[in-house]
Structures are given as C-alpha cells and as structure tokens.
Design a protein around this ligand. Structure first.
Ligand code: FES
Length: 88
C-alpha cells in the first residue's frame, strides 16, 4: 500500500508533519502484527500535489492512500483508512 503525504507549504502549515509521524508510528506497529504485515506500508513524502492550488477552499493537509485522495486529513481519518485497506 502506498501512502503519499504532501509536505508542500500549505499542508505542512496545517499539520502534515504530525500526520507523517502518526503514519510512521502506525507502520512500525502494524509491521509487528501478523494480521496487517502482509501489505507493506510504503510511505512517500511529496512536494505540493497541486490540490491546494486547484481548490477555492482549504483542503490541506492532503494524503493519498493508493489512489484515494484524502482532503483535510486528520490522524484519525488516515489511520482508519489505512487499517481498513491493510485488513482487506
Ligand atoms: S501543499 Fe499540499 S496540496 Fe499543495
């Protein structure tokens, strides 16, 4: 599973660094768990994905989980989506 965390300036200002820390912690935790470790969590830090420039409203921070774009990403939302995907 590929998780892209946008670290452009808008997303960073609105908490992307904290999100990245949480996702990295989740990766460490799930890699020890047989239930989840069949799908490796591949975390990629990316520069601005461009969504903040296309949108009129605030959509940062942005995380992309496989092909799903998560706007206004919070730790809870991202964790739930990753765990749901990993348990499939
Ligand atoms: S800074 Fe994240 S989408 Fe632009």
């Amino acid at each position: 599973m590929k998780v892209k965390v946008c670290m452009g300036s808008n997303c960073t200002l609105l908490g992307a660094m904290n999100l990245l820390d949480q996702i990295e912690d989740l990766k460490k935790l799930t890699s020890r768990d047989d239930e989840y470790n069949d799908r490796e969590l591949d975390i990629e830090v990316v520069k601005c994905l461009g969504y903040c420039k296309e949108s009129k409203g605030n959509i940062s921070p942005v995380v992309v989980i496989d092909d799903e774009v998560v706007y206004n990403a919070t730790g809870q939302i991202v964790m739930e989506k990753i765990l749901k995907q990993k348990s499939k």
